[in-house]
Design a protein around this ligand. Structure first.
Ligand SMILES: Cc1cc2nc3c(=O)[nH]c(=O)nc-3n(C[C@H](O)[C@H](O)[C@H](O)COP(=O)(O)OP(=O)(O)OC[C@H]3O[C@@H](n4cnc5c(N)ncnc54)[C@H](O)[C@@H]3O)c2cc1C
Length: 237
């Protein structure tokens, strides 16, 4: 873990509820794809956010923060970042946390699974895998409640088009009449597409209740527990 101060370079909306935060650390940071950082609000008050940017970008950190409700955990963190941005005051970060970072195993295909803003966690991995020219299949599933939440759809389509072994599959839970793709819960789409998850390494992020359900359903669908990764596992039974 690396303790660093960082300037809040920019905060911009990705959707009505999700904000992109760009941080410029005062020194180059070292982390692995899939790690998270903690924004230090106080000695005992640290807020966890996945690092969306890839590890090779050592002088910039990108976060995607889903925040609604004035007093929510994420909104308070966002307010702290906004104040720091406006007053040009650095924020304190603990960078490189978590146990669910990407393990590059050239023998195993990968499923990257995101629910909503869980996207941030797997985005860093997707970009890192592209950068190292990973040659096993990588299936990137992103589930959202409605189409407007697919804020990086075009970017991910370009990512998928960049290598023949990459696929991007957006899944909309409550689609409009025009939606042509997968619908319902994102992990159900995975189970529909893949006969057995046994050969795959699986990385997942989303709401805690979702992750518990996905873990159990995926194990019943052949996934091996030792090849499933989610930092949320530490918070659920
Ligand atoms: C280490 C760590 C890092 C975190 N980093 C971030 C971060 O960077 N940014 C952030 O905003 N939050 C972060 N969180 C919090 C958490 O990941 C988010 O609260 C979560 O991703 C929010 O999802 P959402 O509300 O966008 O999903 P929703 O919009 O509620 O759901 C999106 C999709 O997820 C699936 N889904 C949701 N619920 C279920 C269910 N019960 N069963 C099956 N599928 C379901 C569906 O496909 C649904 O369409 C972090 C938490 C931890 C522990």
């Amino acid at each position: 873990m690396q303790l660093v101060k960082a300037e809040v370079a920019a905060i911009s909306p990705l959707t009505e509820f999700v904000h992109k935060v760009t941080l410029t650390p005062e020194e180059a940071v070292t982390f692995e794809a899939g790690h998270y950082l903690q924004l230090v609000l106080g000695e005992k008050d640290k807020r966890a956010f996945s690092i969306a940017s890839r590890p090779s970008l050592r002088n910039e950190l990108e976060l995607h923060i889903g925040a609604s409700g004035a007093d929510s955990y994420a909104m308070q963190a966002l307010e702290h970042l906004r104040e720091a941005h406006q007053s040009n005051t650095p924020v304190s970060l603990e960078v490189g946390l978590g146990v669910s970072q990407l393990r590059v195993d050239h023998q195993r295909p990968i499923v990257l699974l995101a629910g909503g803003t869980g996207f941030s966690y797997v985005k860093s991995m997707a970009d890192h895998l592209a950068e190292i020219g990973f040659d096993q299949p990588v299936l990137f599933y992103w589930g959202v409640k409605d189409e407007s939440a697919l804020y990086a759809k075009q970017e991910m389509e370009a990512w998928a088009a960049s290598r023949k072994n990459f696929q991007f599959i957006p899944v909309v839970e409550n689609p409009s009449g025009d939606w042509q793709g997968h619908t319902g819960f994102v992990h159900k789409a995975v189970m529909k597409d893949i006969v057995s998850l046994e050969p795959y390494s699986i990385y997942m992020a989303g709401r805690f209740d979702m992750i518990g359900i996905v873990r159990d359903d995926f194990i019943n669908h052949g996934a091996e527990r030792e090849h499933m990764y989610a930092d949320a596992f530490a918070f659920i039974k």
